[in-house]
Design a protein. Structure first.
Length: 299
């Protein structure tokens, strides 16, 4: 997949099938749109995701979004910040200059509530009208539902901020995850408590509340179940950086420097400041039992 961050002009593409949106995290609704443009590859079109927006913290990092879209079969990801040029461009001009002129779209797929152009006046219906005029097909997809509520980035952000990992999975079609290289902590874990693999999450990423979660950690060679704390470790003096540290069940390996992805399954409790290391240790043992029970029941 080609990844292009638009600074000024759009690239010229000879034949494309485009989906437009913010795509802050690719949820189940977004996946439907992506499937639609992938379907057009048979017609000789390049499958193009045009992601418009400039959110500071996002549900997926740019890298995670890139990887996911590539896996889904997208040919080109155009990342377009909402700069003055784009925000002031009239919807008609956006269609004429960008969709028709630059991208030579033969097909456009958008969700029913998509808005674009100056004052957000561009609508899916307007795309349809211009499609008839310029000769591109437009498909308007209804929002995917979760029960009676429409799936949206706002919905996912809300559930994430509550630590509802099960709902996150249901809406996104994938677990919330954090990845990175295993870093050195202060080495206190294995001495006084439990050994933990420490990751520093990307600052781009929207995080669930600080606390303890049941998780699965994927390393290159191996997969481990475990429990993870997200937070600043107030009991042991506190850290400046938000850490993600995992005690892996049935693991005795040295994992420093290895790349790892931690998938979050369930929230157990908020991070707490304990009065002693012994009190924290007792709690960690209880957390570990809950984690092990969760995986036993899952089988
Ligand atoms: C499952 C789990 C739960 C934790 N919960 C807390 C907590 O509630 N409060 C806290 O201050 N630290 C908590 N910690 C962090 C420990 O204080 C930390 O792992 C220990 O101090 C080792 O730190 P180090 O890796 O920097 O040596 C938790 C760690 C794990 C693995
Ligand atoms: N069961 C386990 N869970 C997590 N890490 C483990 C485990 N067994 C061994 N390790 C190793 O121990 C290291 C963590 O030890 P720890 O005392 O917590 O040090 P640090 O403060 O550097 O995290 C991990 O990086 C990993 O290489």
């Amino acid at each position: 997949m080609e990844y292009i961050r638009i600074e000024n002009d759009f690239p010229r593409i000879t034949h494309s099938a485009v989906t437009l949106g913010k795509f802050d995290g690719i949820h189940r609704g977004h996946r439907k749109l992506v499937e639609k443009i992938i379907g057009q590859k048979e017609e000789g079109a390049q499958a193009v995701v045009l992601a418009l927006g400039n959110a500071s913290r996002t549900i997926l990092t740019k890298e995670e979004r890139c990887r996911l879209l590539e896996k889904l079969g997208v040919d080109i990801l155009l990342e377009c910040p909402l700069n003055d040029r784009i925000r002031h461009m009239k919807a008609e001009n956006f269609i004429k200059e960008i969709l028709v002129g630059d991208l030579q779209a033969s097909y456009v797929a958008v969700g029913e509530d998509f808005r674009f152009g100056f004052e957000r006046k561009g609508t899916p219906q307007m795309l349809k009208e211009y499609g008839r005029k310029y000769g591109f097909d437009v498909e308007i997809l209804p929002k995917e539902m979760d029960g009676r509520r429409k799936i949206s980035s706002t919905f996912i952000r809300e559930e994430l901020s509550r630590g509802n990992m099960e709902k996150f999975h249901a809406l996104m079609g994938m677990d919330f995850s954090v990845e990175g290289e295993v870093e050195h902590g202060r080495g206190m874990g294995h001495k006084y408590l439990l050994p933990t693999t420490n990751l520093i999450p990307s600052g781009e990423k929207l995080m669930p509340p600080n606390g303890v979660y049941i998780t699965v950690s994927y390393f290159k060679e191996r997969t481990y179940q475990g429990i993870t704390n997200i937070g600043y470790k107030p009991t042991v003096g506190g850290e400046k950086f938000l850490g993600v540290e995992t005690y892996l069940f049935d693991c005795h390996e040295d994992l420093y420097g290895q790349y790892c992805r931690v998938d979050f399954k369930k929230f157990l409790r908020p991070e707490q400041k304990f009065t002693s290391l012994e009190a924290l240790k007792k709690q960690l043992e209880k957390d570990a039992v809950k984690g092990q029970e969760y995986f036993r029941k899952e089988k």
